[in-house]
Design a protein around this ligand. Structure first.
Ligand code: ADP
Ligand code: MG
Length: 358
């Protein structure tokens, strides 16, 4: 329903978006994930028609948004955006949520009905007369969302809606995103720099790398089938290995990586140069020889580094090829392994995502 084609955006000399293309379907939750400064807010502002592309086209339900100001205004009214840094709310909660309805000249009796409905939706029933200045960060964000949805937009744009919230408030906002989407069928476009949030929330994801879209797809596609090194790096695929296909029999591919063989599943023919991507969670570590026959790849290596990351532990292993594994703290403790020690590394052929280089 929203289509960006060859969109470029410059601010003065500075190119901020380069050849951005994507299609957002009606009724889906679509997330833009990427580090800060890559252009997410700029994309949202362009979709919301707050700004115009330097080059390229944006269509809203087939309507060219570069049309006359009147058309743009009509289209804008079908969307609502919650900004990353919302203007400080003033006055009481009721007035803040009622403002966009008053602006649209909605009759007073409807406003009296719709404001409590919006508050109920965001879990803040009874907050009408609370002063905005007395709200917590999480409450403030939910009021901002209530204000955005009270006009019943077809498209809701949320710019890093949980960037400054604690985990409990974050979960509330994430649940709210799901509720709004499933109850009203609202198309939701949300930006985040939080990989996990992108994965939890989205039907589809666009990975925003500096100025461009690295890949668009489902969470599974993005996280397990990254298209290139930059996307893989971004979504936490720690093992990126280059090699040459030695053999391919009915999809079981043997890749030579610096003299070591890795079994993968792919349709890349013998002789092709490839990049193999393996998620660190897909490596199984064991101190004993492991009998599991589905784990075609087996290496013995030396542990070069161990780094604790909250409930997980990152283990670097030199098996001739260097691999990185991420396991739970519990598994790590049970394995009784340490830096300098040796460990077996196992992974399935199907855990290796293979992309042809040329
Ligand atoms: P993100 O939301 O991913 O952090 P932004 O879209 O806010 O990224 O910004 C992308 C780049 O564009 C940044 O380098 C930012 O400084 C620049 N930028 C954004 N808006 C403007 C503007 N109005 N004028 C000049 N530069 C801008
Ligand atoms: Mg931003």
């Amino acid at each position: 329903m929203i289509e960006l084609i060859g969109v470029y955006k410059n601010f003065g000399e500075k190119e901020v978006l380069r050849n951005v293309g994507m299609t957002i379907r009606k009724g889906e939750i679509f997330t833009l994930i990427g580090p800060s400064g890559t252009g997410k807010s700029t994309i949202l502002r362009l979709i919301n028609l707050l700004d115009v592309p330097t080059e390229g086209e944006i269509f809203f339900e087939g309507i060219d948004t570069s049309g006359p100001e009147k058309t743009r205004l009509q289209l804008r009214r079908r969307m609502s955006m919650v900004f990353q840094k919302p203007a400080a709310l003033r006055g009481d909660v009721f007035d803040n949520i009622a403002a966009p309805l008053r602006f649209r000249k909605v009759p007073v009796e409807d406003i009296r009905k719709r404001v409590p409905e919006a508050l109920e939706l965001v879990g803040l029933s009874g907050y009408e007369s609370r002063k905005a200045s007395t709200l917590s960060g999480g409450e403030m964000q939910r009021v901002a969302i209530a204000r955005a949805v009270v006009t019943r937009p077809e498209v809701l744009l949320l710019d890093e809606p949980t960037a400054n919230l604690d985990p409990v408030s974050t979960e509330k906002v994430e649940n709210l995103v799901h509720t709004i989407n499933s109850r009203f069928g609202t198309t939701i476009i949300l930006s985040t720099h939080d990989m996990d949030q992108g994965q939890r929330l989205a039907h589809r994801i666009a990975v925003v790398l500096s100025r461009t879209i690295g890949q668009t797809g489902t969470a599974h596609e993005i996280f397990y089938q990254p298209r290139n090194r930059d996307v893989a790096h971004m979504v936490g695929v720690e093992n990126i290995l280059e090699g040459m296909v030695k053999n391919n029999e009915e999809g079981l591919t043997i890749i030579d990586i610096e003299g070591y063989d890795i079994a993968a599943t792919s349709d890349c023919p013998t002789g092709s140069r490839v990049t193999a991507y393996i998620r660190p969670e897909d490596l199984v570590l064991s101190t004993a020889e492991f009998p599991g026959s589905s784990l075609r790849n087996r290496f013995l290596g030396r542990i070069t580094k161990v780094v604790a990351m909250g409930p997980m532990v990152k283990v670097r292993i030199d098996c001739g090829i260097r691999l990185i594994s991420v396991i739970t703290k519990r598994s790590f403790d049970e394995l009784e392994i340490e830096e300098g020690g040796s460990v077996h590394v196992y992974f399935k052929a199907s855990a290796v995502h293979v992309v042809r280089i040329d």
